[in-house]
Ligand binder design. Structure first.
Ligand code: AMP
Ligand code: GLY
Length: 430
């Protein structure tokens, strides 16, 4: 069986790595892939938003399952197009993908399904949004409705900041059509965690909790990025709370979407804020998180292909997802300047030694993200370049092991946070 993985990040390298471990998989194909997927799979230069190109590739390569990494192709309807061709797909249809593609859609579904989330209003008109902001007062959060690569959210501590965000999104249109509609919601305070579930349209099987590090700087300072590191489990959401949390934030969404005629198949990712009143949903993603996927897959004991097929075919059971008890932690190595402008094409050292180590110790792996192979050399090709991931008996050990591995790889100007995992370590000591 041939499997096609769509995307080019660290998440997709991890997916290819895990899928290649199944002996029934003859070939893993990545489109467009990166320098890391080239080591586990075969790359085809088809972009992740080229739906006709991806369908043609899946047919030409006789693909038995398509695994969609990023949100853009899901929102654009890749699952619907594959269904029309009779090709199994892991990922929701375009209707259900609006959970991530439209913040207004997501908030309205949460309201209808009774999922706890911050109070909100949706606006298509800048003046109406501003009047609401002045009435509510700060702090408030202003969100562009559409996909904005994680940059369309402004947490405003003053009314002026919130008004400025409206001007930026709705008047100056800095996010294009994505900002024509906005959600204005109450600001929440607390610690965040990611909670992901495999879903087959009706049933779900939980993954363990994880925590991302969105800010570029240590101590969660500076601008937001796609994620500078992650670990699993996250002590803020311990295992004994998984079942009740799932009833609160996963089951109601599956029930609602099924009733709408669009059963959700794929990974449903709830971004949670643990407030004093309990967990509230900040956002849904309709795919694995990046970098959360890297530590989660390192902990996954069961075969990934079996789970993904069970999701695509509607026969998932919770016991299909077995997870190692250890903690896994991923440190992202970024290009200098990220998340602003950054150089590309810098040679990356230490990758072959890291791969040798990974063969000896499956609890050590350097996942590649923004990389490419040029003339036999792996070079940087994006902002987030590597996801150095390690498994340890506890969070402190996973952290120590991951940073040991970080020291073995690098490139000119390589930047990483040194405090990945610290929030969890502090909480475990409480
Ligand atoms: P989102 O894409 O909706 O998850 O927002 C991105 C980030 O903005 C979240 O991870 C939070 O750190 C922050 N954020 C979003 N909504 C809120 C909120 N209602 N209150 C406080 N922070 C928020
Ligand atoms: N790491 C957050 C995300 O994938 O959206």
């Amino acid at each position: 069986m041939n499997v096609l993985v769509i995307g080019s990040g660290g998440r997709e390298h991890a997916l290819c790595w895990k899928l290649a471990q199944n002996p029934r998989v003859s070939r893993v194909i990545a489109a467009p892939g990166n320098g890391g997927t080239a080591r586990e799979a075969v790359n085809f230069p088809v972009k992740d938003d080229d739906i006709p190109g991806l369908i043609a590739l899946a047919k030409a390569e006789n693909v038995g399952l398509v695994v969609v990494g990023p949100e853009a192709p899901l929102v654009a309807g890749i699952a619907d197009a594959l269904a029309a061709e009779g090709i199994p797909c892991f990922g929701p249809d375009a209707y259900a993908a609006q959970l991530e593609g439209s913040k207004a859609f997501a908030k309205n579904v949460m309201r209808a399904a009774g999922v706890p989330t911050a109070d909100f209003e949706v606006f298509d008109d800048a003046e109406a949004a501003k009047a609401y902001i002045r009435r509510q007062g700060a702090p408030l959060v202003v969100k562009a409705d559409g996909l904005a690569a994680g940059k369309g959210v402004v947490v405003a501590s003053t009314v002026d900041e919130a008004l400025e965000a409206i001007d930026d999104m709705m008047v100056a249109k800095s996010f294009g059509a994505a900002g024509a509609r906005v959600v204005v919601e109450a600001a929440l305070a607390g610690e965040e965690a990611s909670f992901l579930a495999f879903c087959d349209g009706e049933n779900f099987a939980l993954l363990p909790s994880a925590q991302d590090h969105k800010a570029v700087g240590e101590g969660d300072t500076g601008p937001n990025t796609g994620g500078m590191g992650a670990y699993s489990p996250a002590p803020v959401l311990p295992q004994e709370k998984y079942a009740e949390t799932a009833e609160l934030v996963i089951r109601p969404i599956l029930t609602h979407l099924k009733a709408q005629g669009h059963p959700f198949k794929g990974v449903l990712y709830a971004g949670l804020m643990f407030t004093k009143e309990g967990p509230l949903v900040l956002e849904y993603n309709v795919r694995f998180g990046d970098p959360e996927c890297q530590p989660l897959l390192m902990r996954l004991e069961s075969d990934l292909l079996d789970i993904l097929f069970a999701c695509a075919e509607g026969r998932l059971t919770p016991d299909m997802v077995r997870v190692r008890p250890e903690t896994a932690l991923c440190v992202v190595l970024a290009a200098p300047g990220y998340p602003g402008g950054y150089p590309k094409g810098m040679e990356i050292t230490g990758l072959d030694e890291a791969d040798d180590l990974a063969r000896r110790d499956p609890g050590c792996k350097v996942f590649q993200a923004g990389t490419a192979v040029a003339g036999g050399t792996t070079v940087t090709n994006g902002g987030r370049v590597l996801g150095v991931t390690a498994l340890g008996a506890d969070l402190a050990e996973a952290k120590a092991k991951a940073y040991e591995l970080v020291a073995k790889v690098g490139f000119t100007g390589c930047y990483f946070r040194r405090d990945i995992g610290d929030k969890g370590i502090a909480r475990s000591k409480k």
